[in-house]
Design a protein around this ligand. Structure first.
Ligand code: THG
Length: 810
């Protein structure tokens, strides 16, 4: 539906000199990120339909094999298998060494322990893909202009207006920056950071091998499966009678976007036109990778190096792409840091986003939160951070990374005011949005751990039995949790209530001093966030939200509505969650305000003093215990921690880390947005129908939700328990089976210390009832699970709510 589209590229079409024109084009679809995998699967589908001018397929579906030479990699391949099944690729296989060699005869069977095979992986030659796709676009009226360099982009009244090129100006109210490694340069023209880092990487083309000449005579370009040998950071493809070797073994070689030569300059400098790299190929960096290659593929010993280059491509701080419209300049969109593998999907998802207002593939919404241009923290825009993180991601590109593993570089960057106290308690810090956040406290080693089941190797990593002991102790006594990382905003002004009524599923005309748990939906009725809203004054609300995307969204709507402001107070305030049966006694002993059930009821927000510290306290609890989130400005933080700590000692107060916090919220049935649910799910499917007031007049998503209600649920987030007490999984998309059929995947899994069972949430097909038996695939084994009630711990909420009749004075 979009008209008057012009594509400009500085390079000759389509040998543009960018990554697409020199990338090996190898497509391995399987990825731990569901969105990444869906984009890749869509690319394969799209590429598969393309034909070149002779009517020949552009995509070579060779199949793809990833081999393991260590037990750890074998385990990793089992995880890959599970990702693939969970995300809908059902023809993947785990292979024995013999089966690997049957498909890929150059491999030395003795070297490997096994492989993972995806039959639809293959090779997408970038130039051919671009040529074929552009033809279809041209047929629909798109104009392509090669050898046209963008010199500037003129912004007027905060919106893009004109693209200035060396061949004339183009008026444009919408510009999509999709220039790969040059992205930062284009971003600079409009003052927008494109936080990617181009890195160089060795690609070597070997001379022909006699055993492959038959492919040439048969005119069969690439026949052998594309291959990854990640234990040695290598990948391979066979092309005609030659082999091509890619290596990530060498040190990171970052280049600055502004230093990358244009294709024309590259030619002048004696480089090939596809090779505008800064660094020349360094043979000494290829010695070891070649040796490792020969070890896996002995025939390579008979191949000499023909030529080699350093290719260039984009890395980001978290390995994801950069998609969406900039919050700074209206009409300036980024479709950046995309590899060929995901490009077909990325193109279509972006097209639907721009044209229809939400990303989608063939009209099915796809959630791109992981790639959203607004996801970065402020430090995420700094050149040194981008460089350091991207380099590290390059180094780790084929490493086995545990889903709970925190980076070791770029730390510490953000610390809460409690950091010193936490260090004194030997906190084990993990990173979240660049914050240092205690996962557990080694000082709590002394707690009783006798009831904690052992974990196998993988699940035991980045975990400690202390976390489970903290969980139990907080339920029995009282604990304090650093909640500073929670994103929060104030919404103020005459239209504050009107704005919140428009954006949320709740009724916002509640009494001053009241808190509501509510949802923000998108126009399709999908969950874009679950939030808490506390009404501090008639026209002042404090919200606990999920991320920077929420802030941008609310600000955009506030601007449109007028007379209302959305103010990010995330770093103004720090927060301690003080929870557990003894929480009231602790806080009451150091405050003259009334913290009783009558004085500060459940889901109420109130300003008080704790000793000298002015606080806003919200009586709610993500962990399902009596207590408060206690907010104060950062300057008082350190002192607040100390006074609570001191007062708590006689009640057995401990500091509690994030691991316990997460396990406790799972027992309580609480969902975590982004982990357990996202925009692809509606509230009824996610088990959050209670938070939607369908009797409310209007709110974003209501119409769509009414329609969806008529159509019925398509999927359901369910709670599972593991039948064997000491079993659990990581909560990283493990596949759920009903017999041989895949019926869903896990989103979160922790040990429920208070219910004495391993637990999980999983998205399941509809139709399962409490008591149904299923299995979860975990590292090649199927574990027995049972579908249970959503909430296993204190479903009547007596601990948090304290109904008056049950209140016993302490
Ligand atoms: N604290 C605050 N804000 C937040 C979170 C938080 N916003 C984002 C995220 N976390 C929201 N998640 C939840 C999930 C559940 C609850 C609160 C925040 C909760 N639910 C009650 C229940 O379902 O039993 C709601 C009861 C009711 O609606 O009356 O408490 O951690 N500040």
């Amino acid at each position: 539906g979009m008209k008057k589209i012009t594509v400009v590229d500085q390079g000759p079409l389509f040998h543009t000199g960018g990554s697409s024109s020199h990338a090996p084009g190898i497509v391995f679809q399987t990825n731990g990120s569901q969105s990444m995998m869906r984009l890749a699967m869509h690319s394969v589908k799209k590429f598969g339909a393309l034909r070149d001018d002779d009517g020949k397929p552009v995509y070579m579906q060779t199949g793809g094999i990833e081999v393991a030479t260590t037990p750890e990699r074998m385990r990793e391949l089992h995880r890959k298998y599970s990702f693939a099944r969970s995300y809908g690729a059902h023809d993947v296989e785990m292979l024995t060494p013999e089966q690997v060699v049957a498909k890929s005869p150059w491999i030395d069977e003795k070297v490997i322990l096994g492989g993972f095979y995806n039959p639809s992986d293959g090779i997408a030659p970038g130039v051919k893909v671009d040529t074929a796709i552009s033809k279809r676009a041209v047929a629909r009226g798109v104009v392509f202009k090669g050898e046209t360099t963008v010199k500037d982009i003129i912004v007027k009244d905060g919106a893009v207006k004109t693209v200035v090129t060396d061949k004339g100006d183009i008026e444009a109210d919408l510009v999509v920056c999709c220039v790969g490694i040059w992205g930062p340069n284009i971003g600079k023209m409009v003052g927008v950071t494109i936080p990617l880092q181009p890195l160089e990487h060795q690609l070597a083309f070997m001379k022909p091998h006699k055993s492959l000449t038959k492919f040439k005579s048969e005119a069969a370009e690439s026949v052998q499966p594309v291959l990854r040998h990640q234990d040695k950071s290598l990948y391979f493809k066979q092309v005609w009678d030659t082999y091509v070797i890619g290596s990530y073994q060498h040190r990171a070689m970052p280049v600055q976007a502004e230093d990358i030569k244009s294709p024309a300059e590259a030619l002048k400098n004696g480089l090939r036109r596809n090779e505008p790299s800064i660094h020349k190929f360094t043979p000494e960096d290829f010695t070891k990778p070649f040796k490792d290659s020969v070890e896996l593929l002995p025939n390579l010993a008979e191949c000499e190096l023909d030529w080699a280059m350093n290719g260039m491509f984009s890395f980001t701080e978290d390995g994801m792409s950069i998609f969406g419209e900039s919050s700074k300049v209206k009409g300036f969109w980024s479709a950046e840091a995309v590899w060929l593998t995901h490009s077909g999907g990325a193109g279509d998802a972006m097209a639907e986003w721009i044209a229809l207002g939400r990303p989608g593939l063939e009209l099915q919404p796809i959630d791109l939160r992981e790639h959203h241009i607004d996801r970065f923290e402020a430090n995420g825009h700094s050149p040194s951070y981008i460089r350091r993180r991207a380099n590290q991601n390059y180094i780790e590109v084929y490493d086995i990374l545990h889903p709970l593993q925190s980076r070791e570089d770029s730390r510490p960057i953000r610390t809460s005011p409690f950091y010193e106290q936490q260090k004194a308690l030997a906190a084990e810090f993990f990173v979240a949005s660049s914050w240092e956040r205690p996962q557990w406290y080694n000082a709590n080693y002394v707690l009783d751990k006798s009831f904690v089941p052992d974990r196998e190797d993988w699940a035991a990593q980045f975990w400690s039995p202390i976390a489970v002991a903290e969980h139990k102790t907080m339920r029995e006594r009282v604990g304090m949790v650093d909640m500073t990382g929670l994103k929060k905003v104030e919404v103020s002004g005459k239209n504050a209530t009107a704005l919140l009524n428009k954006l949320t599923t709740g009724k916002m005309n509640m009494k001053v001093g009241t808190v509501t748990y509510t949802l923000m939906l998108n126009e399709q009725g999908g969950i874009r966030s679950d939030i808490t809203v506390g009404r501090l004054e008639k026209n002042l609300y404090q919200l606990g939200i999920n991320g920077n995307m929420d802030i941008r969204y609310m600000k955009d709507h506030a601007e449109e509505m007028g007379d209302v402001a959305v103010h990010d107070i995330s770093t103004t305030y720090c927060c301690i969650g003080l929870w557990g049966p003894k929480a009231r006694e602790v806080v009451q002993s150091i405050s003259e305000n009334d913290w009783s059930n009558e004085g500060h009821g459940f889901f109420k927000i109130k300003e008080s003093f704790i000793k000298e510290v002015p606080v806003r306290a919200m009586r709610l609890s993500y962990v399902g215990e009596l207590g408060w989130e206690i907010y104060t400005t950062q300057d008082y933080g350190r002192y607040l921690w100390d006074v609570l700590w001191e007062a708590g000692q006689e009640h057995g107060l401990i500091a509690v880390g994030r691991a316990a916090f997460d396990a406790m919220r799972l027992e309580k049935g609480y969902r975590s947005w982004g982990k357990d649910m996202w925009t692809e799910h509606d509230p009824f499917e996610a088990g959050l129908g209670f938070a939607v007031r369908m009797d409310k007049e209007e709110f974003i998503g209501k119409t769509a939700l009414e329609q969806r209600q008529k159509e019925g649920l398509r999927q359901q987030l369910r709670t599972l328990t593991f039948d064997e007490a000491d079993k659990l999984v990581i909560g990283n998309s493990e596949t759920v089976f009903d017999g041989e059929d895949v019926v869903g995947f896990v989103t979160s899994s922790y040990y429920g210390a208070s219910v004495g069972k391993g637990m999980a949430y999983a998205w399941l097909n509809t139709g399962y009832d409490v008591g149904d038996k299923l299995e979860v695939l975990y590292l090649g084994n199927k574990l027995a699970v049972t579908v249970t009630e959503d909430t296993l711990f204190d479903p009547d909420m007596t601990r948090m709510r304290e109904p008056k009749k049950k209140l016993v004075s302490s």
